[in-house]
Design a protein around this ligand. Structure first.
Ligand code: ASP
Length: 425
């Protein structure tokens, strides 16, 4: 198995995990065995990835920004990055809305199934709603206020505060650019070495990826809800998956058009990050690997990758955007509500903001969906409708979230001459 590329090892780990989970679910003690002896290894693997996220952001952004040497380069790259992210997000919500209006998956849900689902998931829904209330109670500029930490150690102590850490790293990096290079030389050397060490740690963690993924999927399979619920929601899931697939196609086209790279080059280069996004359901946990793939496989300069990707992992979630458009209208359809064009345009707006505000962790999208539903006047009880299959769909939307970041980093890299020429395979 030594010579096998990593993404194949991860795929094998994934399938073995699924089969192992399925096989053991036939035994009465199988589920307990997996929960007690297999799942912890998946949790350890995710913890290792999360452990590296904050140091990685700090090291790579500070190194990345201070490498830029002058501030105009930073604003040029920043402007391009944010604009491209915004465009892909708007495209994603729009695609979601178009598909859900054409396919109308909500119309196929009978009243009986609707009530059944709402009853079954009432408790889970309550927890998500409570989390969302907190977000909603704050004023319109709260997101901006939340971005600026009052204490960097507190900010760095919680992975949900990634935007605050990004702010600090950018601010620190800007301070370094503005000072004469002689003065900041030792700090620069420190962060360069720190960054190299973190990258090495990622290499080490990735050696465990196939086993981590095996454990994660085995646990997921034995904990999955019944198949019947999946069937009732199949059309909704298909609509969403079509939207997600459309986004992947768009990225491929964008990469082809703007960077002239071969499709297979992009697809193969980003595959390990996609597989990990699928297994962990978290863009933040996948970030270290996304960075590695983008730099080493796709040829994006470190300077660009270390700036564009941490920001993307935090604010650019195109998969989540498609999901919010599809899920909101699906729920409205299931409740027999007809949404006007202006209500749907409102969804474009709130879903865009909600996806920016979504934390890069599992199930964060469904919390933000509560806000989209509330703004559009769609019953929040509808969350219970989609709860049963949210996890597998979360895994799929996370793939799109990280692929979008990678595609944008290539485009931004190319536009400022920071995409390596050589690896056109
Ligand atoms: N799990 C997703 C991510 O980390 C966010 C979501 O729930 O949509 O990218």
């Amino acid at each position: 198995m030594k010579k096998l590329p990593l993404h194949w090892k991860i795929i094998i780990g994934m399938f073995l995990g699924i089969f192992f989970g399925l096989g053991l679910s036939f035994f009465p003690t199988g589920k307990i065995f997996i929960s007690n002896f297999i799942k912890p290894f998946g949790t350890i693997f995710i913890n290792l990835l999360k452990l590296i996220a904050i140091p990685l952001i700090l090291a790579s952004l500070i190194k990345g920004v201070s490498d830029l040497k002058d501030i105009s380069k930073l604003s040029q790259m920043g402007g391009k990055t944010i604009l491209t992210y915004l465009i892909t997000t708007l495209t994603a919500v729009t695609i979601g809305l178009i598909l859900v209006n054409v396919i109308q998956p909500g119309k196929s849900i009978s009243e009986e199934t609707r009530n059944e689902l709402i009853e079954a998931y009432a408790n889970d829904t309550k927890a998500k709603k409570q989390a969302a209330v907190k977000q909603q109670e704050s004023g319109p500029l709260q997101a901006l206020v939340d971005m600026i930490p009052s204490n960097i150690f507190l900010a760095a102590s919680n992975n949900r505060n990634m935007l605050q850490v990004i702010f600090f790293a950018l601010f620190f990096g800007i301070g370094m650019i503005l000072l004469p290079s002689k003065k900041v030389k030792s700090v620069k050397n420190f962060f360069d070495s720190f960054n190299a060490i973190i990258l090495k740690l990622i290499d080490l963690i990735m050696l465990a990826a196939p086993y981590g993924v095996f454990a994660l999927l085995a646990a997921l399979v034995v904990e999955a809800p019944s198949l019947e619920l999946f069937q009732a929601l199949a059309l909704y899931a298909i609509t969403l998956l079509l939207g997600l697939a459309a986004m992947i196609l768009i990225y491929i086209l964008i990469v082809k058009l703007f960077t002239k790279r071969k499709i297979s080059f992009f697809v193969r280069g980003i595959a390990p990050a996609q597989l990990l996004a699928f297994s962990t359901s978290s863009s933040a946990a996948t970030l270290p690997v996304t960075m590695e793939c983008v730099e080493e496989n796709l040829g994006v300069d470190e300077e660009v990758a270390s700036f564009v990707l941490p920001i993307g992992a935090t604010i650019n979630m195109d998969g989540t955007s498609v999901y919010q458009g599809v899920a909101a209208v699906f729920i409205a359809q299931a409740f027999g509500l007809d949404l006007s064009l202006s209500a749907q345009l409102g969804i474009v707006f709130t879903a865009t903001l909600a996806s920016i505000g979504t934390a890069a962790v599992p199930s964060a999208g469904i919390v933000m969906l509560v806000i989209v539903l509330a703004q559009a006047g769609i019953p929040e009880a509808g969350l219970a409708l989609i709860f049963a299959i949210d996890r597998p769909l979360d895994m799929c939307r996370t793939i799109v979230n990280v692929t979008g970041d990678a595609a944008v980093s290539m485009v931004v890299g190319k536009s400022i001459g920071k995409l390596k020429d050589s690896p056109i395979v």
